[in-house]
Design a protein around this ligand. Structure first.
Ligand SMILES: O=C(O)CCC(=O)C(=O)O
Length: 285
């Protein structure tokens, strides 16, 4: 018996590689999440940058809670069982009238994980629509093998390497993931997806939470993850603690170590060593 998703939603994930919209909090709670983020941005003088956008659930107690939120984890349990890790998180923020975009890609390409049992819960803090650069995907593309990608390191590409699939994407097949604030989509690690720029007058903010069953391992280096449900009998990842307050200095230091290690996995084979380095460095390499 599923805990949260309907049988039709589970079937849609298995068949299409993506299911949405799934409400996981009220619009008011989503607005509170946005407010918390923007309060921090106001204090620090601008949009969240560099490694602060990644593994942010180790920096902010409210995001540490979000990755453990019952509705989200119940939905993931319906897909991948009851022993679950949050492997990482990534803010995908597109400013108003900004050229930032995400090229067509499969998440699995550089993640180094041992299996394809990886799902992203993309939680909308603002609306995500065709008008503000919502995610798009090609249904059933998660059933393809790993597709070769080329690294572009394009300036406005929000992906680590600006990686893109080396095949022509048939745009007539694409579906747009329209979400209201407080809703999420779930997408498979091999799904071909991307998103265009946001020409609208407001920001589009999504928080991507990547979940794996504890049996999945990291093959590309040392790594850590947060246990969010059940038990970890495999110990493939070092266990991350949960922050109880925002920006606890111990957690800030831990986050720095972890994101540096993580960047070494994601940028392996390039000259880039951290999320904070300009992409141009790699283009010169
Ligand atoms: O937020 C976007 O537009 C793209 C997000 C994405 O590629 C992902 O969550 O894997």
């Amino acid at each position: 018996m599923p805990k949260f998703l309907s049988s039709a939603q589970i079937e849609q994930y298995r068949e299409d590689g993506c299911v949405f919209p799934i409400r996981v909090m009220s619009e008011a709670e989503a607005a509170e999440h946005r407010l918390r983020l923007e309060e921090f941005e106001r204090q620090t003088g601008g949009p969240l940058k560099g490694d602060l956008r990644h593994k942010s659930h180790l920096l902010f107690a409210w995001l540490g809670k979000l990755v453990r939120r019952t509705a989200i984890v119940d939905a993931v349990e319906d897909l991948y069982g009851s022993d679950l890790l949050c492997w990482t998180t990534n803010f995908f923020i597109k400013e108003a009238a900004d050229p930032a975009f995400v090229s067509w890609h499969q998440d699995a390409t550089y993640w180094g994980l041992s299996r394809q049992d990886v799902v992203t819960a993309w939680v909308a803090f603002t609306p995500a629509t065709e008008a503000n650069g919502a995610m798009e995907y090609i249904p059933r593309s998660h059933k393809f093998d790993q597709i070769p990608h080329r690294d572009t390191f394009a300036k406005h590409n929000l992906l680590t390497r600006g990686q893109e699939v080396m095949v022509e994407v048939d745009h007539s097949q694409r579906r747009i993931i329209t979400l209201h604030p407080g809703e999420m989509s779930l997408h498979h690690v091999r799904l071909v997806h991307g998103s265009p720029p946001n020409p609208s007058s407001d920001r589009r903010i999504g928080f991507a939470i990547r979940y794996i069953p504890t049996s999945v391992a990291q093959l590309a280096g040392e790594d850590s993850a947060s246990l969010v449900r059940g038990e970890d009998r495999h110990h493939h990842f070092m266990s991350e603690p949960q922050p109880t307050r925002d920006l606890d200095p111990e957690f800030v230091a831990l986050h720095r170590t972890i994101t540096e290690r993580n960047a070494r996995i994601l940028y392996r084979g390039t000259d880039v060593a951290s999320y904070n380095e300009p992409k141009a460095l790699a283009q010169r390499g």
